[in-house]
Write a protein that binds this ligand. Structure first.
Ligand code: 5GP
Length: 193
């Protein structure tokens, strides 16, 4: 059976990644998000098992020790990681998977899945990014500053990705990503003929 494709997205916090990707998958039954594990506390609207598997540190470290993580990273003092099972099972069933992960996490995935398709979503500018994070209103000032510092570092690594999409217009970014997915599916189809 043909395997699913693995799309790895990274973007600075507040770049609009979740909004774009939710739109990208809403009318596409052949692609799914992988649900990550994290030690971060849930935000008000977040549901365990849907947005993340919310774990305590001990549980997260046990998963690492038991070889259950495909990749993991520490971001603003919390662990975030992808469970191997969350990728392997759907991919083996032919379902395409989306990971939304940090740059170091994406580079770990590339080593394990060299055929994965890496896409970086950029905000139009760091000023715009700051506005968006403040508008979201879910983080306190210290966390905002750290996320902005992290964002500058991440944006400097966008050149490591196969594609860079700039989110200056939501509809345009959604269209571009849908097109990238389509092109890669067509490529897979022609390779398996
Ligand atoms: P947030 O706390 O805003 O949900 O996520 C913070 C950062 O962690 C984002 O850049 C997000 O992409 C990243 N992240 C979420 N899940 C994972 C994961 O499984 N692995 C890695 N390496 N990063 C993740």
């Amino acid at each position: 059976m043909r395997k699913g494709l693995l799309f790895v997205f990274s973007a600075p916090s507040g770049a609009g990644k979740s909004t774009i990707l939710n739109r990208v998958i809403e009318d596409d039954p052949n692609i799914q998000f992988s649900v990550s594990a994290t030690t971060r506390l849930p935000r008000k609207s977040e549901v365990d098992g849907r947005d993340y598997h919310f774990l305590d540190r001990r549980q997260f470290l046990d998963n690492i020790k038991n070889g259950k993580m495909l990749e993991y990273d520490i971001y603003c003092d919390n662990y975030y990681g992808t469970l191997k099972s969350a990728v392997e099972e759907p991919i083996n069933k032919g379902i395409d998977i989306i990971l939304e992960i940090t740059v170091p996490g994406a580079l770990q995935v590339k080593k394990m899945y060299p055929d994965c398709i890496m896409i970086f979503i950029c905000p139009p500018s760091l000023q715009e990014l700051e506005k968006r994070i403040r508008r979201r209103g879910t983080e306190d000032e210290e966390v905002i500053q750290r996320r902005l510092e992290q964002a500058a570092k991440e944006m400097a690594q966008a050149n490591l990705y196969d594609y860079v999409v700039i989110n200056d217009d939501l509809e345009k970014a959604v269209r571009e990503i849908k097109q990238l997915i389509l092109e890669n599916r067509m490529k897979r189809r022609s390779e398996s003929l």
